[in-house]
Unconditional design. Sequence first.
Length: 94
Amino acid sequence: MLPGTSLLDPTKEEEWVPTIDLDENNGNLTVGYMPSLEQVCAFVHEGLSTAEQLEKVLQMTIDYSRKVHPAAQKCLKDNVEQILKEETENESIE
């Protein structure tokens, strides 16, 4: 949570790094969310943030998780089906 900036799923280069002169709303929040139960199961905060900023960013991460979850499920399903199909084809060749 950089001042004025929020990054969802940042790259390693974009991840928050603490600075010597931390000011309010300068931190990092990692959230684990279980969409099937609509429940936060992990919450790790580093740095300094107001309660209002944490609430805003937490809601943003939950919304993001709800949107990404179906796409991740489909990707996983498609990959598993492809692997199973290839294994079946390889077995029939042998």
